[in-house]
Design a protein around this ligand. Structure first.
Ligand code: GDP
Length: 408
């Protein structure tokens, strides 16, 4: 897979906003659970969750890979809480972009605000999904207001809802100016495109205008076409939005109900179209301890091998599964690498990719990708792996107790 076709994303949400349900639907539409359970009623991921509970492990929550429109999407678990700063910070470092899931009733809740601000600090490009449009009290436009007021974001809807609460029936694409309806028989897999209902025409035009307006502020080409009264190509709108998402000047907003299977596939399109590939994000800051120097880890397959172990899950059969994000170079199966944090050598017995709980064996893992190393004995979460020649740390060591220096 070319690095341009990789997306390392997190899903950020206030508890109960629908992170789990949205992730399950993503896994469903990307087909992974068909492969897992061979069940046709869409409950495969649920089966997996049950299996996960039985085994007492949380593989899926660390990182899972799925595919959409020939792109590889690595979904990294992002804690919704803010209590364990090191953990949240680590997960924010590992991902290149995120989906913020909001409840259409609850809107922007205090905890979301805190995590959002933390993601701002790490300059994480984001798109938003306003979920639960079918719930009593759902108000899409109020959530947009809150995003502006509480998050300081400039929300730009790409879709608007048709109806709300029990009358929520579909969404309108402002790019295509079409109404999208999701079949109830096959969990929304079949999408029907129709003309916009007459009573939504004015609203759709109003929000299409807002979308074009927002994009025009960042694209002379769009401004020109607009004033000349010319048609603005969808590709141009998307590429402008992509640029603005990366720079975090605009927040593209999607809408739906994951429980009712409405709006999740367009959100996946948003991940592919708007969130960055690993080679598009700024270099990660590393640390060269011996020289007491900060260094920049440039994304480069041909550079020195360097990766960060961001989570370890112990599997009763396979042993410790070390989830690693590669930033530079290529990690190869069978070789001995340097655990830079521990200053020890370790052997890479196996490299696998997780698709929910299915493992696929790999021979190598390239810069920008995420996978699991099996066979490490002493590795811990937060350790950097690399080579002796380039002993850079991707995460400074955290000491459990503060070191107090005493003047004698
Ligand atoms: P999480 O805590 O963010 O992971 O949220 P969950 O995905 O576990 O959802 C919390 C509750 O909200 C569950 O009971 C879900 O069934 C429900 N839920 C999730 N999405 C929707 C939705 O779109 N509409 C409605 N009505 N309920 C939803």
């Amino acid at each position: 897979m070319n690095e341009k076709e990789i997306r390392n994303i997190g899903i950020m949400a206030h508890i109960d906003a629908g992170k789990t349900t949205t992730t399950e639907r993503i896994l469903y539409y990307t087909g992974e659970n068909h492969k897992i359970g061979e069940v046709d009623n869409g409950e495969a991921t649920m089966d997996f969750m049950q299996q996960e509970q039985d085994r007492g492990i949380t593989i899926a929550s660390a990182a899972t890979t799925c595919y959409w429109r020939d792109h590889q999407i690595n979904i990294i678990d992002t804690p919704g809480h803010v209590d364990f700063t090191a953990e949240v910070e680590r997960s924010l470092r590992v991902l290149d972009g995120a989906i913020g899931v909001f409840c259409a009733v609850g809107g922007v809740e205090p905890q979301t605000e805190t995590v959002w601000k933390q993601a701002d600090t790490y300059k994480v490009p984001r798109i938003a999904f306003v979920n639960k449009m079918d719930r009593l009290g759902a108000n899409f436009y109020e959530v947009l207001n809150e995003m502006e007021k509480k998050l300081g974001a400039t929300p730009v809807p790409l879709f608007i809802p048709i109806g709300a609460e029990s009358n929520f029936t579909g969404i309108i694409s402002l790019l295509e100016m079409k109404a999208l309806y999701f079949s109830s028989e096959d969990k929304g897999s079949t999408i029907t495109k129709e003309d916009i209902p007459a009573d939504y025409q004015a609203k759709a035009e109003e929000y299409r205008e807002k979308l074009i307006d927002a994009c025009a502020s960042y694209s002379d080409e769009i401004t020109e076409l607009y004033f000349e009264g010319e048609e603005i190509p969808t590709n141009l709108i998307i590429s402008t939005l992509r640029k603005c998402t990366l720079e975090r000047t605009l927040l593209p907003v999607f809408v739906g109900s994951s429980l009712k299977n409405i709006g999740v596939q367009p959100l996946l399109d948003g991940v592919v179209d708007l969130l960055p590939a690993p080679n598009e994000v700024p270099p990660l800051k590393g640390y060269w301890e011996k020289k007491d120097k900060e260094i920049e880890v440039i994304h480069d397959e041909k550079g020195p091998m360097l990766g960060l172990i961001f989570k370890i899950v112990v599997d009763p059969k396979a042993g410790p599964l070390c989830f690693v994000r590669m930033y530079s170079g290529i990690l190869k199966k069978g070789v001995a690498i340097q655990n830079i944090t521990k200053n020890k050598k370790e052997r890479v017995n196996r490299i696998v990719r997780m698709h929910a709980d299915i493992m696929t064996d790999l021979t190598e893992l390239k810069a920008g990708d995420i996978g699991v190393i099996i066979g490490f004995k002493m590795a811990q979460t937060g350790d950097t792996i690399g080579t002796e020649a380039h002993p850079y740390l991707l995460e400074k060591m955290h000491f459990p107790n503060p070191v107090i220096s005493v003047a004698i």
